[in-house]
Design a protein around this ligand. Structure first.
Ligand SMILES: Nc1ncnc2c1ncn2[C@@H]1O[C@H](COP(=O)(O)OP(=O)(O)O)[C@@H](O)[C@H]1O
Ligand SMILES: [Mg+2]
Length: 1037
């Protein structure tokens, strides 16, 4: 009743267009209480093919009975997202409004389509569905769902619709369909609830009516070999179930085309070939069942005469033919605990057969709906358990129906319409008026007819018609349709909406049969014939027929006939009660959703375009309660909003309420409307809502908001951007902090680990140190290893550089022995390397040096001589007189050195040369060989321990030729004497004297050389006749 929060917006152009033909909204009607004016407005618009008109937000729809160019894609686009009143009334506007309410308010919606049979309800529901299929966002997966949603219609219509007198495509079942939308607003699934199929139509049709479309479609459209398989012929006249109404062909229906549509739809919905085949087997079997005939045997019991039909039936239903035949003509009864087959008479057999046909068809229809539901089921792949879908329900249920003969089906259908009317009253007329009252708005109640009284008459517990019917059905004894009628007269006889022949006065009595009762429905009077009420309500199928069906191998039949049914002793609910209960459930479903209404009106009974039957239309306007609807609407307020909603939406229009109002909501709204310049008669303030009388007031406000929106948008935008950037920054910052702290943690943990390791090392080191002298044990092994290791490392770095280098790191106690080994090895190695590198000359040199060291160790000048290399000779050949060389011709001079010879007498120094030969030495003066000393004759050699160069060669005394020992002096004493000692093999004969040397001076006479330490070298003859030698001390020992 109330506009969606999207609000409404008016445009000048739209306003004028709206008023061009009549009024687009009855609320704008000048004379709104006049029914004539109402109908006149309908007529004017109908003439111009304007079939849609609003009463507020209720859509009144006239059936044009012709195709209008108002359902194109462009039309759909035009209504998308546009406010309700902006453009001309259309079913798309209602659809879109419901959709947007669902999206914005997250509330489930339902669209209730009502009107009598043929008024266009089914067409309207298809238009709504199409609108969603085309305009809603779609993905590939959604596309299949959309296709299936759309294709469920032709299938259900083929099996559940039929031509009636009222409507060539009349729905013979009620349908409530939920379309489920996901959070993006895409249709993602659906679910259908079906209500009471008119099964009696399978076996019987009134004159001018047909059976369900599918039979004709199959016969007209089925391919040759399909028909052959099904044992059918292309002639509906041949089938008893198709000829009762005597109109197998209808000009407005093309069964052959429809067949193609249905076949395609079946495969889109997801039927596989086998399923289609099995389904058609069942349809064909119903036709064959209709052609099963019986004859009366002598005993009076019925027998089947049409064997071929039984054969086909056995094959198509996949049951045992003989069993079926028996079950069709017998009834299983249990007497005294024994099961007996009691034969049926002709009439009973025919009704058993018809009961089977109805059961098979009816259950197959239910199976079909379930199958479609399975294919439409919403499979949420992302959040399988969440109920994320919003729903729009579409109710298209059989409309109010009055025929010449009305039976149980019409009773149920019209009861259903009573219930829907009740719902409409509850949700619109009543609730609206109650709202004014509860809001404390001064209000003059608008009277309206509340049909609750009729609903009660039908459904009340114990006293209602359905209760009485059930009671008659259950009662043992001779209950019949007539006793039921009598019971009705007894129980509800006095009810103002109930009459029978017996109770009626003369005038009514004339038009009421004795087997009829009349109900005064909200939509008019209907006479119901009670014939068949009990049977139809019982909906009985003999047990043995059920048993045969339970054994079927047709998959669909097995699903339809559950074996549990056979063992279940509980009496099933009667048809009427089932229907009553399912309607009660439906009402609950509808009450839980936000409703939109489409009220359909049929313009004439002839299904003709352009014909406006005023009587008929007036009647519908009346019983649909449209006038009351309008009056409530007009007397009341077109729009209402809770204060907080209204304030929230329009607060930008007033500086005091923008951006926030702190005070009471009512005061805020009051301030706001004052600022907007609302006149006192334009609005009322209730307890929690503001009520606005005229649409134009709200339109103007909406327009103002639209203008204002731009500036608000800028503010919002900048705020939003700021907010977004800030939160982005905050996010980044937090992320950085998180990383930082994490990294710091890592670093610190690493550091702590290292520190701990270090501490552990130190600790074990200290412990090791304490235990270092213990034998190896866990406490000290690390320490010992470390000490070892570090010693070896240290050693590696500090190995002796050469053979003379005696340095060696101090080993730890544990390694002393190893160290010693190593040292030796190292030394040996170095020596080995050294030796390998040594040249012969050098070796020679070394030998001489070693000999020198052996001899002169105690001599003062020795240390100085060590680093000075011995040379081959001190005098080259050139420096030696050639005569000498000549004289020594056949001997080679091995070494020559300049010496000073001291005379034996006087110790005068004379410059001489000393030449060492291989077996002797010679002292040479210029060209003369002065003295030859054979090595073998050399008795010894004496030197002092000081640093002087004086030495004495001791010669044998007995040698006459020799003039005694020779005293010589040379600067190269150590070198010369070493060579001499080696050459003469007199190493052991060299004598180092401390203070003096005694020597012989010819013929046994002895002399002395005294050595003293003095500042410098001085060799003189002392007063005592000794040769005195003073030499400086070079080494302090
Ligand atoms: N909007 C429409 N445009 C054209 N024809 C319509 C429209 N609504 C209904 N009809 C015609 O009226 C017939 C009956 O409509 P239908 O919706 O089946 O009625 P209901 O379901 O109310 O009994 C349809 O078969 C169709 O020919
Ligand atoms: Mg219909």
């Amino acid at each position: 009743m109330v506009l969606g929060s999207e609000g409404v917006r008016v445009m000048e152009s739209a306003l004028t267009a709206r008023d061009r033909v009549g009024v687009q909204d009855f609320v704008l009607l000048e004379n709104y209480t006049s029914e004539a004016a109402f109908v006149e407005n309908l007529r004017r618009r109908f003439k111009e093919n304007l079939i849609y008109t609003y009463i507020g937000s209720v859509l009144v729809s006239m059936n044009p009975y012709k195709e209008l160019e108002i359902y194109s894609r462009q039309h759909m686009d035009r209504y998308r997202g546009v406010s309700f009143f902006e453009i001309s009334p259309h079913i798309y506007a209602v659809s879109d409004n419901a959709y947007r309410s669902m999206r914005t308010e997250r509330r489930d919606q339902c669209i209730l389509i009502s009107g009598e049979s043929g008024a266009g309800k089914t067409e309207a529901s298809k238009k709504v569905l199409q609108y969603y299929a085309v305009t809603c966002p779609a993905s590939e997966q959604v596309q299949t769902v959309k296709d299936r949603l759309l294709q469920s219609n032709p299938v259900l219509e083929a099996f559940g619709n039929a031509k009636t007198l009222r409507n060539d495509n009349s729905s013979r079942f009620g349908k409530y369909m939920d379309v489920q939308f996901d959070f993006r607003g895409a249709p993602v699934g659906g679910h259908i609830l079906n209500y009471l199929l008119e099964k009696s139509r399978v076996v019987h049709q009134n004159h001018g009516e047909r059976n369900f479309h599918i039979f004709y479609q199959l016969i007209e459209g089925g391919e040759e070999d399909l028909l052959r398989r099904l044992g059918l012929e292309r002639n509906p006249q041949l089938y008893q179930y198709l000829v009762k109404g005597n109109c197998p062909k209808v000009s407005s229906i093309n069964d052959r085309n429809e067949w193609k549509v249905v076949r395609k739809a079946l495969s889109i919905i997801g039927f596989c070939e086998e399923e289609v085949e099995e389904l058609l087997n069942i349809i064909a079997s119903v036709l064959h069942l209709g052609n099963v005939h019986f004859e009366e045997e002598d005993s009076g019991s019925a027998a089947v005469t049409t064997e071929t039909q039984i054969k086909y039936l056995a094959r198509l239903l996949a049951v045992d033919g003989t069993l079926l035949k028996e079950a069709l003509t017998h009834k299983k009864i249990t007497a005294k605990g024994e099961e007996l087959m009691s034969p049926l008479n002709l009439e009973q057999a025919a009704s058993a057969r018809d009961a089977l046909s109805k059961a098979v068809y009816g259950r197959t229809f239910t199976w079909l709906v379930n199958k479609i539901n399975a294919s439409l089921a919403y499979k949420d792949e992302v959040y399988p358990t969440s109920r994320s879908a919003s729903v729009i329900g579409l109710l298209d249920i059989y409309g109010f129906e009055v025929f010449q003969h009305n039976s149980f089906e019409q009773f149920c259908i019209n009861y259903c319409n009573e219930k829907l009317q009740q719902l409409f009253i509850e949700l619109t007329l009543k609730s609206e008026q109650e709202e004014y009252e509860s809001e404390g708005i001064a209000w003059e109640p608008v009277p309206f007819f509340n049909n609750k009284i009729i609903c009660d008459l039908v459904e009340e517990k114990f006293r209602g018609i359905i209760s009485i019917l059930d009671e008659e059905c259950l009662r043992p004894g001779d209950a019949s349709d007539i006793t039921f009628l009598e019971k009705l007269e007894d129980t509800v006889g006095g009810h103002p909406h109930f009459v029978t022949h017996k109770l009626a006065d003369g005038k009514v009595r004339k038009v009421l049969g004795r087997d009829e009762f009349r109900l005064l429905h909200y939509a008019g009077e209907v006479n119901y014939s009670v014939n068949g009420f009990l049977d139809k309500n019982n909906d009985l199928l003999f047990r043995n027929l059920k048993e045969v069906m339970c054994q079927s191998e047709n998959n669909i039949v097995t699903q339809c006939f559950d074996r549990d049914e056979l063992t279940d002793k509980k009496r099933p609910e009667t048809t009427a009660t089932q229907f009553k209960n399912s309607l009660a459930k439906l009402m609950e479903i509808l009450m839980s959703k936000e409703p939109s209404y489409i009220r359909c009106i049929k313009p004439n009974d002839a299904k003709q375009p352009g014909r406006f039957d005023e009587m008929l239309i007036r009647h519908q306007v009346k019983y649909l309660g449209l006038m009351e609807n309008l009056r409530v609407r007009r007397a009341g307020f077109a729009y209402r909003r809770r204060y907080e909603v209204f304030l929230q939406r329009y607060k930008p229009l007033c500086p005091e309420t923008w951006p926030n109002w702190d005070g009471r909501l009512a005061d805020g709204v009051s301030t706001l409307v004052k600022h907007l310049g609302y006149k006192p008669d334009e609005f009322k303030l209730g307890r929690s809502k503001i009520f606005i009388r005229f649409p134009k007031t709200l339109f103007a406000t909406e327009d103002a908001l639209e203008v204002k929106k731009h500036s608000i948008a800028t503010i919002l935008q900048s705020n939003w951007r700021g907010y977004r950037e800030r939160s982005k920054y905050q996010r980044l910052r937090l992320a950085a902090i998180a990383i930082q702290s994490w990294w710091r943690g890592v670093l610190d943990r690493r550091r702590a680990r290292i520190r701990k390791q270090a501490a552990d090392t130190i600790r074990s080191f200290i412990k090791g140190f304490i235990y270092r002298n213990h034998p190896r044990c866990p406490e000290n092994e690390y320490f010992l290893d470390y000490v070892r290791y570090s010693f070896l490392m240290n050693l590696r770095r500090n190995l002796p550089k050469n053979v003379l280098d005696k340095s060696w790191p101090k080993p730890p106690p544990a390694l002393i022995e190893a160290s010693e080994h190593l040292r030796k090895m190292c030394m040996q190695n170095m020596v080995r390397i050294y030796c390998r590198k040594t040249q012969p000359e050098w070796k020679n040199q070394m030998e001489q040096k070693v000999t020198a060291s052996e001899i002169f160790r105690d001599k003062d000048s020795y240390p100085q001589s060590v680093p000075k290399l011995f040379v081959g000779t001190r005098l080259s050949t050139e420096e030696i007189n050639p005569k000498v060389l000549q004289a020594l011709a056949n001997d080679k001079v091995k070494y020559a050195v300049a010496v000073t010879k001291y005379d034996r007498k006087g110790y005068r120094p004379r410059s001489r040369q000393l030449l060492l030969m291989s077996t002797f030495a010679v002292i040479v003066e210029q060209g003369k060989l002065k003295q030859r000393i054979d090595y073998s004759a050399l008795r010894g050699i004496s030197v002092s321990s000081l640093s002087d160069g004086v030495f004495v060669l001791h010669l044998p005394f007995e040698d006459k030729k020799q003039k005694g020992d020779v005293v010589l002096q040379t600067d190269h004493l150590i070198e010369a004497l070493t060579k001499l000692a080696i050459s003469a093999d007199k190493v052991s004969c060299v004598n180092v004297s401390q203070d003096s040397i005694k020597f012989t001076v010819g013929r046994g006479k002895e002399a002395l050389i005294d050595f003293t330490v003095g500042p410098e070298l001085l060799i003189t003859k002392a007063k005592n006749g000794h040769l005195s030698v003073t030499a400086p001390r070079l080494n302090s020992r």
